[in-house]
Ligand binder design. Sequence first.
Ligand code: UDP
Length: 338
Amino acid sequence: MIKYKKILITGGAGFLGSNLVNKLYENNEIIVLDNLSSGRLENLSGSRLVGRDDMRVTFIKHDIINYIDFNNLDLIFNLACPASPPRYQADPIQTTKTSVLGALNMLELAKKNNARILQASTSEVYGDPDIHPQVESYKGSVNPIGIRSCYDEGKRCAESLFFDYKRVYNLDIKVIRIFNTYGPNMDPNDGRVVSNFITQALKNKDITMYGDGQQTRSFCYVDDLIAGMLKMMEVDNFAGPVNLGNLGEFTMLELAKIIIELTNSKSKIIYKDELPSDDPKKRKPDISLAKEKLNWESKIDLRTGLIKTIEYFDKVLKNESNYCVRGQISRVSSGLPT
Ligand code: UDP
């Protein structure tokens, strides 16, 4: 268990980052960096963080494409980057800068502090894969000039930088490859399939199916993912890269039908356009390495996870959420760090 550490979390106001903060803040000192491009402050002032006098979470609005200095850091989680295709494609040059310059800045900071640093990489490094399920040794099939390449190649370059810092400076690095993850604190407007389908179903609006709906994804519930991420951060002598994801593989059509059933929705499935350019046709992790090295596997099945996620989205959409309580973080600053 990670305890009594000074921890920097980039992207800490985002979906994964805020769930990580929730797991770590009780026993550690946390600094959150986020430029709030896709992260939301509300995620940090959630009910689980409200009303605590001993809270030690400092938020700094900062874009990691610029260097920022800290002392005495023990651990860095580098999670900053929009992860939803519409969001990361909205400003593709910024996405590449976040992935590459952000990684470089955080690696320099880790080197200076002699800190252990974890990189949130992605199943997107495999592109539209030729082998199935995807194992870490697979080198991927990525279009270097396509609309997804700002994210895919940005994350691949970040992995390259991480391993070069390990080889050149013997830095203590960790690389996880995250497969599609969902759960509370996802932004209902992020444009990803789970958020789109749940939002549409709850509003009884048309479900927007891209392509024929036969493309597959494997969806991991956020609590499982965070558990794997923490195990990776804790284990010694293993840099990765390691896949973290759920083994259940579903077509988008199956996903839509489950969501319609669980929400008791009147929504109809509407087929929209072709599959977006370079959209992977299938994706499923091989998690043998995570089992062997981390004794980890995803436990929460899709229906169970979706029920919790639908509850969360329902609250957010009805604006009844008690998560949206501001002013509970210890310091909000756009200035220099402490
Ligand atoms: N998708 C869809 N309808 C939507 C959003 C996404 O059919 O409203 C499809 C998308 O084309 C892709 C899959 O769902 O095949 C997963 O998309 P998502 O954006 O969640 O993430 P990805 O795994 O592609 O990064």
